[in-house]
Design a protein around this ligand. Structure first.
Ligand code: SF4
Ligand code: SF4
Length: 158
């Protein structure tokens, strides 16, 4: 189990330069990314996605072959091209014609976690037409804590 600090460091390693700047700007503005909307089962995120091999998004066929050699279950992905940043794009062959996952119960953890709140910081995004959206908000817990702190400052206990 990772500590909170370890989790933050692990997250920072995945961030792109632009994503890291965005992360800092949000921190300065006391904001966090939250996910709004819902999935309408279009299947777009399974038909074009990037894969992370642990050292970042996969950029070439050799890196993908190495992933499949260690994790044969990844052979369900086929390369369909690359995005503007040079990261390979994949299509999952487990998607049915009507956009359903044919391996839903055993789908990958990253499928279960999609869309991850860190995607905007890692150079990733949502597919066109996705029912989810990334929102930047000041979390209620932060507002509550600050309100309580201010109240305590005004009325310190004797
Ligand atoms: S395993 Fe299922 S949910 Fe994951 S990418 Fe493939 S079709 Fe989509
Ligand atoms: S692209 Fe978005 S709306 Fe479409 S299946 Fe994936 S998560 Fe759901």
């Amino acid at each position: 189990m990772k500590s909170r600090v370890q989790k933050i460091i692990a997250n920072l390693r995945e961030f792109s330069v632009v994503g890291f700047l965005y992360y800092l700007i949000l921190k300065l503005r006391r904001r966090e990314v939250m996910i709004g909307g819902s999935c309408h089962l279009c299947g777009a995120c399974c038909r074009s996605l990037s894969l992370d091999d642990g050292d970042g998004w996969i950029r070439n066929r050799r890196a993908f072959v190495a992933v499949v050699a260690c994790n044969p279950e990844y052979s369900c992905f086929e390369i369909i091209g690359a995005d503007n940043s040079g990261f390979l794009l994949f299509r999952c062959t487990l998607i049915s014609d009507d956009g359903k996952c044919t391996n839903y119960e055993k789908r990958f953890q990253f499928c279960q976690d999609f869309p991850d709140k860190n995607l905007p910081f890692c150079g990733g995004g949502l597919p066109a037409g996705c029912g989810y959206k990334f929102l930047t908000v000041i979390p209620f817990s932060k507002i509550l804590t600050e309100t309580i702190d201010k109240k305590n400052e005004k009325n310190p206990r004797s």
